[in-house]
Design a protein around this ligand. Structure first.
Ligand SMILES: [Zn+2]
Length: 240
């Protein structure tokens, strides 16, 4: 004879299993382990501002070179795939590209992961360019980058000094400022602390980056970032 408690226990066990499976599926998608063909979401596209599930759709690019080749296209980005460098001692890269232009602005990158390159192109084309046009009446001609790949640990935070930076896997970029068509320059070190139009532009550009990059740090985060934005798509999320 079954006791009345047994069906309840069975339902609870099934619910727990469902929650567990949903958690595993979420983590697998976040880490890019769910191929696009098994994803419930459409592939990310660069020609329009994405609205839904942007993070998961970008993550689907991580290990999928054919999808990257299909998506990272002119005129949004002039990306070319580069040969993988197998990870050694926490450094190397997988499924990375090089490019000289993204989102209609010059920005040189010798190697950046495909997932980051897509996020960068989306941010520049659909956030930075319309924002610059609305704020200054001019588009961004070029973006200053302070580096991408660097086999090193995280700097500026004593608690994380033994952890590899996302720069060590070409999964991060540091941006120092913007040059508009016509030559006007907006510099993070100089303009962020002010109250002017440039500061408002930089703060809004940074705020909008958090939609595309898991980590988007600027001068408000710590002194190590007073002269640049750091963007990456590692495992953690932080927008400051
Ligand atoms: Zn950085």
């Amino acid at each position: 004879m079954t006791s009345p408690a047994q069906p309840k226990r069975r339902i609870l066990a099934r619910m727990l299993l469902l929650v567990l499976l949903a958690g595993v599926a979420f983590i697998a998608m976040r880490l890019g382990y769910v191929p696009q063909r098994f994803s419930p979401f459409p592939p990310i596209a660069l020609d329009a501002q994405p609205t839904w599930f942007v993070d998961s759709r970008l993550a689907a690019l991580r290990l999928d070179r054919p999808l990257c080749d299909a998506i990272l296209k002119d005129p949004h980005i002039d990306a070319a795939a580069i040969v993988d460098q197998p990870y050694k001692n926490g450094c190397g890269w997988q499924n990375a590209v090089k490019f000289t232009r993204a989102g209609g602005a010059q920005i040189g990158a010798e190697k950046l992961t495909c997932e980051m390159a897509a996020a960068l192109a989306l941010w520049i084309e659909h956030e930075v360019q319309p924002l610059a046009q609305a704020t200054f009446g001019a588009r961004v001609a070029s973006i200053g980058d302070m580096g991408i790949y660097d086999c090193r640990n995280i700097v500026g935070n004593p608690l994380m000094k033994n952890i590899r930076s996302q720069h060590a896997t070409a999964n991060a970029i540091d941006i120092s400022g913007f040059t508009l068509q016509g030559g006007r320059q907006i510099n993070i070190l100089r303009d962020w602390p002010g109250n002017g139009t440039e500061a408002a532009f930089l703060r809004e550009a940074h705020r909008r980056a958090c939609k595309y990059f898991r980590v988007a740090l600027g001068p408000d985060y710590n002194a190590a970032h007073k002269n640049h934005f750091h963007f990456d798509r590692g495992a953690f999320s932080r927008c400051k």
